[in-house]
Design a protein around this ligand. Structure first.
Ligand code: C5P
Length: 418
């Protein structure tokens, strides 16, 4: 579970409506509060048939309110008070009936009343549907959902899979961790809204025979953190990943590859449609010149086998060449993993690859780790990230890099429109 405090100082109004997925909302409250948020729970009568207000009160540390006539609010206007203090309203689970109510702007109980009364500019409404697949697929529900979207509501999910009724299909509420990731993203500043960002991540694997290969210690964590941060910043993100054991960040489109050549083949056409290319992958410089069809056997061999290597394409250099011929688009960012003389080597790489920005880091200090310290290097200047050079977690660094990128794109001669 995440130990991050991404929602520090944020106030979330969590609305529960009738559905078996209410049990997941208990965990969601825990995750939200662990992430630093204060949570005010409002429940409909139907929600209370699935989980008790006592449970939700104990987890949120605040009295759960269920009625617009609740006299505990001194001015008797819970719908105004709650919607004014909230940074976001999250309805999880949102039943088909409640979605229909929201679509119509009805307000005959506290939760729908609060949604209608919220200041739309400052308090986004996020709705996590949870229902049987037939109910979700019904044209009436789909119509209502698209009305909500037209009104600016964000629909979270739903997921696909086993349903409480025993059927399988669309309509499951997202898991609490997924909801948390989407809520954090919804509240993040949209500094790269609609920018198309292409990111490579992880190692490559260059096969020697069907069971062996050449690879490296890259975990993919930095690239995946960048993909998540870019999505939070409002970008449309394509992640091209070597073999890693990491979940795809929410809202990110991922293509898996094995070898450098495969990565090259996927990246080059995508780069031509991207505003930014960030090359975090640790791409193998060399691959075996021939691939043995069968496992190279030890038996009967007195001397160790040898094999020739051949050079892999340099993906970043190739994209940069295309970019430089096309007015600097995509804006190319490289990573330099060094073991010494970080600035000198990074700047040399910047020139060799003809790119505007390179991020230097010390390889042994970053591979596989959750934290890192970076050096941001361009042709004229360099600075440490974070300022004090003390390692912080990769998601924090990735978010800082998105701000850095947004600043640089704003200063670009050609406007990078998506
Ligand atoms: O070439 P070198 O390893 O020194 O540079 C590292 C940078 O170049 C990284 O951004 C890495 O993703 C990228 N790279 C690449 N294709 C290669 C080798 C490195 O895109 N074949």
């Amino acid at each position: 579970m995440s130990e991050r405090t991404d929602l520090q100082g944020r106030h979330i109004l969590l609305g529960l409506t009738g559905g078996i997925a209410c049990y997941k909302s208990a965990e969601l409250v825990r995750l939200l509060t662990k992430a630093g948020a204060t949570v005010q729970v409002v429940m409909t009568e139907a929600a209370a048939a699935f989980i008790t207000p006592v449970t939700m009160q104990a987890l949120s540390g605040r009295a759960v309110v269920m009625s617009q006539w609740d006299a505990r609010e001194p001015n008797n206007m819970a719908h105004i008070n709650f919607s004014r203090e909230a940074d976001a309203i999250v309805i999880a689970p949102a039943s088909a009936d409640f979605i229909a109510k929201l679509a119509q702007g009805r307000a005959d109980e506290l939760l729908s009343l609060t949604c209608l009364a919220r200041p739309r500019e400052t308090c986004p409404l996020l709705v996590a549907p949870a229902m049987n697949r037939e109910m979700w697929g019904h044209p009436a529900t789909q119509r209502n959902v698209s009305l909500l979207e037209q009104d600016g509501t964000t629909i979270l999910g739903p997921g696909v899979g086993d349903q409480a009724c025993g059927e399988v299909g669309d309509g499951r509420m997202l898991e609490p961790e997924q909801l948390l990731e989407d809520i954090v993203a919804a509240l993040a500043p949209k500094v790269l809204q609609w920018k198309r960002i292409l990111i490579t991540a992880g190692p490559t694997f260059e096969p020697i025979d069907p069971v062996r290969g050449i690879t490296n210690h890259s975990s993919g964590k930095m690239g995946y953190a960048l993909a998540r941060a870019a999505r939070e910043a409002g970008a449309i993100v394509q992640l091209v990943s070597g073999p890693v054991h990491l979940p795809t960040p929410r809202g990110v489109h991922r293509t898996n590859v094995m070898t450098a050549q495969e990565m090259y083949d996927v990246v080059l056409p995508l780069a031509a449609q991207s505003d930014v290319f960030i090359a975090t992958a640790a791409v193998a410089d060399w691959r075996p010149a021939t691939l043995s069809e069968h496992k190279i056997k030890k038996e009967g061999k007195k001397v160790a086998p040898t094999f020739e290597l051949t050079e892999n394409p340099d993906i970043l250099a190739a994209v940069a060449q295309q970019a430089n011929a096309a007015d600097g688009v995509p804006y190319c960012v490289g990573f330099a993993a060094e073991s010494e003389h970080l600035l000198t080597h990074s700047r040399a790489k910047l020139q060799r690859k003809q790119i505007p920005l390179i991020i230097g880091n010390l390889g042994p200090a970053t591979f596989g780790r959750d934290d890192n310290a970076l050096l941001v290097v361009d042709a004229q200047s360099h600075h440490a990230l974070p300022n004090d050079g003390i390692a912080v977690d990769k998601l924090t660094l990735a978010r800082a890099l998105m701000l850095e990128l947004a600043k640089r794109l704003a200063g670009q001669p050609r406007s990078l429109q998506s």
